[in-house]
Design a protein around this ligand. Structure first.
Ligand code: ATP
Length: 574
C-alpha cells in the first residue's frame, strides 16, 4: 500500500479529538486495506516500527535529520536549520522545506508502507562508524519519494514524536470493530494483549486465525507480560471483606518492579514496569538470577532496591541512579542492589498465570536460593488484622513503604495488566490518614511570577480516565519544586511541548495553561485531601488540595497514572 494513503488518514485523525470517532475512522480504514498491511499500519500509527519492549531505537542525531531534509529538499543545511528554529519541530520543517522544493527536482517515485517500514528498520540497525551518514542517506531517499505531508510524518516517526492521540487501546478497539462481529471483543483482544503486548502479533493473529487464534496466545518467554497491579483501601479492616480467609502480607519496597525472563537458551532479559528492556542496566541482577534460580526457563517478578553495605534499604532516588546507559560498571559497585522476588509467572514450559498465588509462591520458594542480593520478599501468612498491622509497623521500621496484602484464595490468579482485588496495597500515608500520594501526568505549565519569573510557576496535572482513554485535570502543582527542579523541568518537558491542547486532554477554560504538553511525564504528588471543584475535570469535578511535588515517576507511562476512578472512590470514602 502506498504510504500516501496512510498520510491522508493521519491528517484526518489529527483534526479530531474524540476517541470514539478516532477508533471508527481507523476501523473503517483497516477494513479497506490489504489484510497483510494491517500489522505494519498498527505499529506506524502509534509512531513505532516494533513493539516498544524490543527497544529498537533510530539513533539519529538531530543534525543528520536536518541534513536529510536539506538533501531531499535540494537546499542547504543553513536554510533548513533556520526553518527549524522558526517552527521548533523537525516534522514541520520537513514539510515546509519540501513545499519549497525546486520544481526541477521531480519526486523519485512513491513510498510504499513496506518500503518505509523496512528502511526505518535499516536506519535503526545501522551502527558504528559512518552510521550517521548511512542513516542520513536512507532517510533522505525516503523523503525524496514522499509528499511534503508524508515527509512530516516520516520525520515524526523517525524521531518518535508522532502524537495524534491514538493509543494502543484505540488500535485494539479499531481491530475489534474492523475484524470481529462485535466491538465488545476488544476485551478479548486486550486480555491477550496484556500477556503478549505486541500489536503486530495481535493484528496478525486476528486476521489469520480469528478470535480462536487470539484465545491461544500464551506467554512467550522473552516477551514481557503486562504487570498486575494493586488496589487501595481506606481502612485496613476492609481486607477481611475483600479477601476472606488467610492472606499473605508482604513488605512493599520502594524500588523498581522487574520482570525477569530466562529462555530455553539460558538468555536472561529484564523488563521494567513500562515493559522497557533494562537488562543492560543490571548485569549484577542477571548474574544473581543465573546462579540462584534453579530453573531452565522462568518468568518471575520482584522489586529491585538499592542497599547499603549492611544490606539496609536506600531510597528510590538512589536506585534511580542505576537508570543509565553509561558508567554501568562504576555504578554497579557504587550502588549495589537487591532483588526481592515475589511472583512466578512461568516455569519450565508451564504458564503459572492461572495458578493461585499460594501455589505460585510455594513453587517459587522451591527454586530460589536465597542470598544477600536475591531473596524472597519479607512475608507472613495470617487472617488476623492485628497481626497484619504489627507486620506493617515492623516493615515501616525496617525502612519500607508499607505492605502488599495478597489473596491466597483459589481464584488468586495473576491478573496481567489489571489493578484487581487479588492485591491490596497499604502504605504509611494511608495509615496516618493525613495525606495520600498520586501519580499524575503533567499536561501544562504556567509562567512563574516574582522569584520564579522566567521559569515555570506551577505545572498542571491530570489523572487518567481509563474507560474513555482521556486525561482529566486534577490540580496545579507549584509547592515542592526546588530551584534545581525548576531548572530541570523545562528541559525534561521540552520534547513534549505542543502548540495546542493535546487530543485526549479534558480541561475547563479557567485552567488553561500558558504552555501545553503531550501527556508523557508522570510525577508523584502528595496531597492532603480531595475536594469538589468547578475548575477541574477529574471524575465529577474533583481536585487535590495542597498538592506537593514528591518526585518524578520515570518508571511510569501516562496511562499508568492514578485513574480518575480511583480518585473518585477515595473521595467517596473520606
Ligand atoms: P505506588 O505508586 O503506590 O508505588 P504503583 O502505582 O507503582 O504503586 P501499585 O499497583 O499501586 O503500583 O503497587 C504495586 C507496586 O508496588 C508494584 O508495581 C511493585 O513495583 C511494588 N512492590 C513493592 N513490593 C511489592 C511486593 N511485595 N509485591 C508486589 N509489588 C510490590
Amino acid at each position: 500500500m502506498d504510504f500516501q494513503k496512510l498520510v491522508e488518514l493521519y491528517e484526518e485523525l489529527e483534526k479530531i479529538s474524540s476517541g470514539n470517532s478516532m477508533r471508527e475512522i481507523l476501523a473503517d480504514f483497516l477494513k479497506r486495506v490489504p489484510p497483510e498491511d494491517v500489522p505494519i499500519i498498527s505499529y506506524l500509527t502509534l509512531g513505532q516500527i516494533a513493539s516498544p519492549y524490543e527497544g529498537i531505537v533510530m539513533g539519529m542525531a538531530d543534525k543528520s535529520v536536518l541534513k536529510a531534509i536539506a538533501t531531499a529538499g535540494g537546499t542547504d543545511l543553513s536554510k533548513v536549520t533556520k526553518i527549524m528554529h522558526e517552527t521548533g519541530d523537525a516534522g514541520l520543517t520537513a514539510e515546509k522545506v519540501l513545499q519549497k522544493k525546486p520544481q526541477t527536482l521531480v519526486p523519485l517515485g512513491k513510498v510504499t508502507i513496506h518500503e518505509l517500514f523496512e528502511k526505518l528498520h535499516k536506519i535503526a540497525s545501522s551502527t558504528g562508524t559512518g552510521s550517521q551518514d548511512t542513516k542520513m542517506n536512507i532517510l533522505a531517499s525516503l523523503l525524496q519519494k514522499s509528499t511534503p505531508a508524508g515527509a512530516k510524518y516520516i520525520i515524526k516517526i523517525t524521531l518518535g514524536t508522532l502524537r495524534m492521540g491514538v493509543g494502543d487501546m484505540t488500535v485494539l478497539d479499531a481491530l475489534a470493530i474492523a475484524f470481529t462481529s462485535d466491538k465488545k471483543n476488544k476485551e478479548l483482544l486486550e486480555a491477550r494483549y496484556n500477556i503478549c503486548p505486541d500489536l503486530g502479533i495481535i493484528a496478525q493473529t486476528l486476521i489469520k486465525d480469528g478470535l480462536k487464534g487470539i484465545d491461544k496466545i500464551d506467554i512467550h518467554v522473552g516477551t514481557p507480560i503486562k504487570m498486575m497491579l494493586a488496589q487501595r483501601i481506606e481502612e485496613l479492616e476492609e481486607v477481611a471483606k475483600k479477601m476472606p480467609g488467610k492472606v499473605t502480607v508482604e513488605a512493599k519496597y520502594d524500588g523498581e518492579r522487574i520482570q525477569a525472563h530466562k529462555d530455553k537458551k539460558g538468555k536472561i532479559t529484564l523488563f521494567s514496569r513500562n515493559l522497557d528492556t533494562i537488562t543492560d542496566q543490571f548485569p549484577d541482577l542477571v548474574e544473581y538470577l543465573e546462579k540462584q534460580i534453579d530453573a531452565k526457563e522462568f518468568v518471575l517478578e520482584g522489586e529491585v532496591i538499592a542497599i547499603d553495605a549492611q544490606g539496609k534499604p536506600l531510597p528510590f532516588q538512589t536506585l534511580m541512579q542505576r537508570r543509565r546507559k553509561y558508567d554501568i560498571k562504576e555504578f554497579r559497585e557504587k550502588i549495589p542492589v537487591q532483588l526481592k522476588v515475589f511472583d512466578l509467572l512461568y516455569l519450565n514450559g508451564k504458564s503459572y498465570l492461572d495458578v493461585p498465588y499460594y501455589q505460585r509462591s510455594a513453587q517459587l520458594e522451591k527454586i530460589i536460593q536465597v542470598g544477600k542480593h536475591l531473596s524472597l520478599t519479607d512475608r507472613k501468612i495470617t487472617d488476623d488484622i492485628e497481626e497484619m498491622n504489627e507486620f506493617f509497623q515492623k516493615m515501616l521500621q525496617s525502612g519500607y513503604e508499607g505492605m502488599i496484602i495478597k489473596s491466597r484464595a483459589e481464584d488468586s490468579v495473576y491478573q496481567a495488566g489489571t489493578r484487581g482485588w487479588n492485591w491490596i496495597k497499604w502504605k504509611k500515608e494511608y495509615a496516618k490518614d493525613l495525606s495520600d500520594t498520586f501519580d499524575l501526568v503533567i499536561i501544562g505549565a504556567y509562567h512563574g511570577q516574582g522569584n520564579r519569573s522566567g521559569k515555570y510557576g506551577a505545572v498542571l496535572c491530570a489523572s487518567y480516565n481509563e474507560k474513555e482513554n482521556l486525561f482529566e485535570t486534577v490540580c496545579k502543582v507549584g509547592t515542592g519544586l526546588t530551584d534545581e527542579l525548576l531548572e530541570e523541568l523545562p528541559k525534561k518537558l521540552a520534547k513534549y511541548k505542543t502548540d495546542k491542547k493535546p487530543a485526549r486532554v479534558v480541561i475547563k477554560k479557567e485552567m488553561e495553561p500558558n504552555i501545553w504538553f503531550e501527556p508523557k511525564i508522570v510525577i508523584e504528588v502528595l496531597a492532603a485531601e480531595i475536594t469538589k471543584s468547578p475548575y477541574h475535570t477529574c471524575a465529577t469535578g474533583l481536585a487535590l488540595r495542597f498538592p506537593r511535588f514528591v518526585h518524578f515517576r520515570d518508571d511510569k507511562k501516562a496511562e499508568q497514572a492514578t485513574t480518575s476512578n480511583e480518585i473518585e472512590k477515595m473521595a467517596k470514602k473520606k
